[in-house]
Design a protein around this ligand. Structure first.
Ligand code: BJW
Ligand code: ZN
Length: 283
């Protein structure tokens, strides 16, 4: 176990298939609340009433108000240096070669739904640079009936949700909004739902992720996640079992730590930028 930046960079030089697994801590410096821990969303809100298919069935109005509030927070936020460091190495073969000359792939798998890792990419980034969003995206909507899905960046997403974000944030009782006033599918007119992965639902892109985590990866950076939610919580274990290297970036110790080769305790917007040697190279 080491917190030595030079040793981390030396190990990165040997890596061929590099993964970054990100969690809410990656976006904390952008002002997006995490889930667990002080100030976390699940401290103030009941997860079973907001982020499960059963909750949506019981009250689409309440769940839509929660996600409308989250959309508005994410819209107002900006990618921070940790997002930009990952985006730089994902999108520039030259920059990647500089810090990881043996690398064949560099892939971000994010649990975050805030779209900030996409926004951190340059406009002309190759498609290969796109993050794998395993828990979906706040700005995607999915029809509950015909399955039609699309990105939707409207603010508010529908008239009836206007202003509800402020009351939601303050913990006031949510409004009762009739179904007919909630967001509707552009194809069939039925109710849509947020395009995110709730508890009990299958995470997205699982085959691709399995292949990258189990078959390829020889170096994983675990950034800003408590590693409590599955399946992402065991990716580091899998890489470690396959004799790959694990580097953890977090402000506190987590369950991933027993597996680590490297641990950098501190805000990832500082530690990751330093470890990846991209200080002064982010616009
Ligand atoms: C900083 C920092 C800074 C702060 N710098 N660091 C196996 C065992 C037990 C249970 C299960 C199991 N397999 C599945 C389950 C059930 C369940 C689960 O994991 N439950 C556990 C809680 C026990 N998993 C699921 O249901 C998943 N589905 C699934 O596996 O399906 C199987 C299936 C197969 C086939 C058919 C059907 C089903 C789905 C999980 C979906 C998770 N959804 C959420 C909500 C998404 C939408 C939304 O955002 O509203 O995803 S929950 C929430 O947790 C969100 C996050 O992505 C996820 C992870 O949280 P994260 O990112 O780790 O955040 P925090 O807050 O926990 O941690 C932040 C960290 O950052 C902390 O460590 C801080 O210290 C740190 N930090 N600032 C660096 N500046
Ligand atoms: Zn539809």
């Amino acid at each position: 176990m080491s917190s030595d930046y030079a040793a981390f960079r030396a190990a990165l030089q040997q890596a061929k298939h590099i993964l970054v697994l990100a969690g809410a801590g990656l976006s904390a410096a952008s002002g997006i609340p995490t889930f667990r821990g002080a100030g976390g969303l699940w401290r103030n809100f009941d997860v079973t009433r907001l982020a499960t298919p059963e909750a949506f069935k019981e009250s689409p109005s309440r769940v839509w108000q929660f996600y409308h509030y989250r959309r508005e927070v994410a819209r107002a936020a900006k990618p921070n240096p940790a997002h930009r460091a990952i985006a730089l190495l994902s999108s520039s073969a030259e920059e990647l070669k500089r810090v990881a000359p043996s690398a064949l792939t560099f892939q971000l798998i994010t649990q975050n739904i805030d779209n900030l890792s996409n926004r951190a990419l340059p406009n002309d980034a190759p498609r290969l640079a796109l993050p794998i969003e395993m828990h979906g995206n706040l700005f995607r909507v999915k029809c509950t009936k015909c399955g039609f899905a699309e990105m939707n960046f409207e603010s508010p997403i529908c008239e009836a949700l206007t202003g509800t974000e402020a009351s939601f944030k303050n913990g006031e009782p949510e409004r009762e909004i009739e179904l007919k006033y909630l967001p509707k599918c552009r194809q069939c007119g039925s109710l849509t739902r947020p395009g995110v992965v709730w508890f009990g639902e299958e995470v997205e892109h699982l085959d691709d992720i399995d292949n990258k985590v189990e078959k390829q990866c020889d170096f994983i950076m675990v950034v800003g996640t408590s590693s409590q939610v599955m399946p992402a919580g065991i990716f580091a274990d899998i890489v470690r079992n396959n004799r790959g290297k694990v580097a953890v970036f977090n402000i506190e110790l987590t369950r991933a730590d027993k597996l680590k080769d490297f641990i950098f305790l501190g805000p990832c917007e500082e530690t990751l930028v330093k470890a990846l040697d991209v200080e002064g190279r982010l616009d």
